[in-house]
Design a protein around this ligand. Structure first.
Ligand code: GDP
Ligand code: IMO
Ligand code: MG
Length: 445
């Protein structure tokens, strides 16, 4: 990294509000829903361009501005800042009807979307057969289901890798699009027949997609060139990760994962910005842990304490409304996240949710029989058996929301945060004590 970029990247705290960001990748360091949307929104102040690099409308990123609450699924959370550019990168899978609905909904609420949103022409498309396949596969799995969002994300990425997918650029050539779609529907209807499901109607889907194409045309462009020009011109780029590290297709708790690379490496693949242009990685993590869907979760609390976290933290899925599983902070998982993402700085969210807890636990290792694990086991059956080794902290039992800077936080809260950073192995840069923009504390570098 050239020295001037290093200098630019030096800390969230010192330069907040000034243009000091350079290129920053923001990733979820746990199992998703860490509060990425809120932190992206806050950091967009320093950014010129915000780009989503993976996932699809399985994501639900919540941003609260004043008394308004927005939940973004495909559009980057930076869209709420006028004058900034939002990009849906090539690594995202796009359901055109969902994207259009999101655009129209935001416009209705007075958010300007014209000339500030671009969609990659090489992003793959999600179709009704992907959603139906997602549903059928989950049903077939029965008790072994993943607990997907049923948005068709897995099957859409599968088509991309199988080289049989359609991309947004195909929407721009209606005749070619229709030919490809006809073949895909014919092929998938054979599969549906085998499962006893109703076949899909090509003419209806074709009509709907071509109408979406007409409306989305102005947004579809060569974002790889657009983004690289922005980097060349010294613009500050913020990469918005979706899902979280432990849901990453390669580094997560496979097969209980999503189908894309949510980790920092995915930022380059999903945008076309090369690795040597990335200046820093920020990892977002809650002060405790949540997970939606199935899969191992060693610190999960199945008792009243878990219910209390869910109620206090309002832990219900932003996309599916499902109750989130809640548990104590898992430092084994976050340490692993720091390693695979190269996280430089940590943003810890939802500290306020722990304000009324007399005791707070942190998992510092896993135990399986006599064996202690200090990193995440790759064998899913071992992971499922692991129980947490806890370190206990005294709660601070006072409100954290009023704190304007780190020193104003209760002493025990500061000790807790410093411990989370130390156990995770990265520098604490930001603390969030509420869903709103102003409920954010920036630490001095
Ligand atoms: P994302 O998917 O990572 O963007 O996270 P979600 O939006 O799905 O879930 C995070 C939830 O926590 C949202 O409802 C946010 O409004 C909320 N939130 C974010 N930061 C804080 C915080 O510091 N305190 C509290 N109480 N809520 C927060
Ligand atoms: P954000 O960006 C939390 C989970 C699903 C399921 C698994 C696979 O808001 O953090 P999928 O539909 O992707 O095939 O489901 O991944 N999952 C999420 N969990 N937050 C998300 O996104 C998620 N996106 C997918 O619950 O367990
Ligand atoms: Mg979410």
């Amino acid at each position: 990294m050239p020295p001037e970029r290093l200098r630019l990247a030096s800390g969230l705290g010192v330069g907040y509000g000034e243009s000091v960001m350079a290129t920053t990748v923001l990733v979820g360091a746990q199992w998703g829903d860490e509060g990425k949307g809120k932190i992206i929104d806050v950091l967009t102040e320093q950014a010129d361009v915000v780009v989503r690099y993976q996932g699809g409308n399985n994501a639900g990123h919540t941003v609260e501005v004043g008394d308004q609450k927005y939940v973004l699924h495909l559009i980057p959370s930076g869209i709420l800042h006028p004058g900034k550019i939002s990009v849906i990168g090539n690594g995202v899978v796009v359901d055109p009807a969902a994207l259009l609905a999101e655009i129209l909904h935001l416009r209705e609420r007075g958010v300007s979307i014209d000339g500030n949103l671009y969609v990659s022409e090489t992003a793959h498309l999600v179709f009704p057969y992907h959603r139906l396949l997602d549903e059928i596969r989950e049903e077939q799995k029965g008790k072994r289901k993943i607990g997907t969002t049923k948005r068709g994300i897995g099957p859409a990425y599968a088509d991309k890798v199988a080289r049989t997918g359609l991309r947004t650029v195909d929407l721009l050539s209606p005749q070619r699009f229709s030919e490809k779609l006809r073949r895909k529907i014919r092929e998938n209807n054979e599969i549906f027949k085998a499962f006893g499901a109703k076949p899909l109607n090509f003419a209806k889907i074709n009509r709907e997609y071509l109408e979406c194409a007409r409306q989305l045309r102005p947004f579809i462009t060569d974002t790889v060139t657009l983004l690289n020009r922005a980097v060349r011109d010294g613009r500050n780029i913020l990469f918005e990760g979706a899902q979280g590290t432990l849901l990453d297709i390669d580094f997560g708790t496979y097969p209980f994962v999503t189908s894309s690379n949510a980790t920092a490496g995915g930022a380059c693949i999903g945008t076309g910005i090369p690795p040597n242009k990335v200046d820093r990685v920020v990892g977002v993590m809650k002060a405790y842990t949540t997970r939606v869907g199935e899969g191992p979760f060693p610190t999960e609390l199945l008792d009243d304490q878990g219910l209390l976290l869910r109620e206090t933290g309002r832990e219900f899925g932003a996309t599916t409304g499902r109750p989130r599983r809640c548990g104590w902070f898992d430092a084994v998982a976050t340490r692993y996240s720091v390693m695979v993402n190269g996280i430089d700085e940590l943003a810890v969210t939802k500290l306020d949710v722990l304000d009324n807890s007399p005791k707070i636990k942190v998992c510092v290792a896993y135990k399986d029989g006599d064996r202690i694990y200090e990193t995440v086991p790759n064998d899913i059956d071992v992971f499922k058996r692991c129980t947490p080794v806890y370190q206990e902290f005294e709660g601070w039992l006072s409100p954290t929301k009023p704190a304007q800077d780190f020193d104003q936080l209760p002493k025990r809260a500061r000790i807790y945060l410093q411990k989370l950073a130390q156990l995770s192995g990265a520098k604490l840069s930001l603390v969030s004590v509420g869903p709103r923009r102003e409920e954010t504390i920036f630490l001095q570098a």
